[in-house]
Write a protein that binds this ligand. Structure first.
Ligand code: UD1
Ligand code: UDP
Length: 383
């Protein structure tokens, strides 16, 4: 049985489903763009609230008010718990809204559950940021599996780059269903960067940045790094903080598996500032003001090249090879010696630093929201 087939070129009823901070940052620009085209789109937003505070920060910034809020987050939730809650809670929303298309983004539990719930109701799925792959189901865990499964469920695949489009073709996805659009996260970061530069937004106003010290910005939250990986990373960050020429700021993810060891191993150190997750605008400002970024985040790996900031990626494998190939991002994993050696080289060797801090946009040009909307407006997802 095929998907429901509305009349082509009618006003598309689009339901966005998202739940975490990065999904919100990457989907709100598309929601806002579609809302500027009311003749073409009837847009609804359902948040699972897999994240609560970190999601609400983004919704407030973009002034997106959800039509449905499933409020599923629980402290220290397991993957099975969030999966079960999200699937069950989505059903009445899909029955009430009966959209032509559900849009999901990325590779979280909400992404996969949104696609699966839509499929159960024979509703077509559009996948934003499709085709990222490491080829290893355990890295990142469980996101690589979520991507693979979401690809299988989706009807429309919005690949950020030609390399991700190639991964989709290799998975057997029909070329006609793949659209290279750039990553909508770049729409968000360029917009914020430009408005910060124009003085229209207020930047970071927390910890005083010390003149003469180079700011090293740290973020970490990947499940495969929980335990030993984070312990090795935190010990290396503690060592790095002994250098008199650096200042370290680390907005700590609220997941207790991240926060508790961070407080235990880094909490007392004078040159390491552990702070709460930042709102998106001050975080972009802090990226711009940083010398070097240490992260296992996917989104930060994409944004930093647009801001000309070198990144040491705290993973063994990345699904974002473009910036590695361009030389602005390096994989260091969680081996303490390697982290210290690579960070030291960038702090001490101006030539190496210059080569890594080139500004470029391998992940997009800020126009992804428009391209994705154009495809959907054409109704090409109809059989
Ligand atoms: C999730 C995604 C990951 C994404 C990350 C972005 C999955 C499996 N993982 O990981 O792909 O990179 O979000 O940050 O979907 N918490 C709060 N407040 C918040 C958010 C989280 O307290 O606003 C705490 C809660 O205790 C929650 C825990 O963090 O139970 C874990 O949240 P969860 O969404 O399950 O996993 P993340 O590690 O955030
Ligand atoms: N970010 C933020 N505040 C922070 C840390 C990160 O707004 O304190 C933004 C960051 O700019 C990027 C996104 O959150 O756009 C990345 O989210 P995260 O690292 O949680 O998830 P991932 O991208 O790894 O899935």
């Amino acid at each position: 049985m095929a998907f429901t087939k509305p009349t082509p070129r009618h006003r598309q009823r689009v339901l966005f489903i998202f739940g975490t901070r990065p999904e919100a940052i990457k989907l709100c620009p598309i929601v806002l763009h579609m809302r500027t085209r009311p003749d073409e789109f009837d847009v609804k937003v359902c948040v699972t609230a897999q994240h609560r505070e970190m999601l609400d920060q983004v919704l407030a910034l973009f002034q997106v008010q959800p039509d449905h809020d499933l409020n599923v987050m629980r402290p220290n939730q397991t993957l099975s718990q969030s999966t079960a809650r999200i699937i069950a809670a989505l059903e009445p929303v899909l029955l009430a809204e009966k959209p032509d298309l559900v849009i999901v983004q990325g590779d979280t539990t909400t992404t996969f559950c949104g696609a699966l719930a839509a499929f159960y109701h024979r509703i077509a799925v559009g996948h934003v940021e499709a085709g990222l792959r490491t080829g290893d189901l355990w890295q990142p865990f469980p996101e690589e599996l979520n991507r693979v499964l979401t690809t299988r469920l989706a009807k429309l695949h919005f690949a950020p780059t030609s390399s991700s489009a190639g991964n989709l073709r290799a998975d057997g996805v029909d070329d006609a269903a793949i659209f290279i659009t750039g990553n909508s996260g770049i729409d968000a970061v360029l917009h914020v960067r430009d408005r910060l530069q124009a003085g229209e937004l207020t930047g970071y106003q927390g910890v005083a940045l010390e003149p003469g010290r180079k700011l090293v910005l740290v973020t970490a939250h990947r499940r495969e790094n929980f335990g030993d990986g984070l312990t090795r990373l935190y010990r290396a960050v503690g060592q790095l903080a002994l250098r008199p020429d650096v200042q370290i700021i680390y907005p700590v993810h609220p997941n207790p598996n991240v926060r508790q060891p961070a407080e235990a191993l880094l909490g007392g150190l004078p040159n390491v500032h552990l702070i709460a997750p930042l709102d998106y605008v001050p975080f972009v400002d802090l990226m711009q003001r940083s010398y070097l970024i240490l992260t296992d985040s996917g989104g930060v790996q994409e944004e930093a090249p647009s801001l000309g900031k070198p990144v040491l990626v705290l993973r063994e494998k990345t699904e974002r090879p473009e910036a590695v190939e361009a030389g602005t991002v390096r994989l260091v994993g969680t081996d303490g010696e390697k982290i210290l050696a690579e960070a030291g080289a960038l702090l001490d060797d101006a030539g190496q630093y210059q080569r890594m801090s080139m500004t470029h946009n391998p992940y997009g040009d800020g126009q992804a929201s428009r391209r994705i909307s154009d495809v959907i407006a054409n109704g090409v997802f109809l059989d």
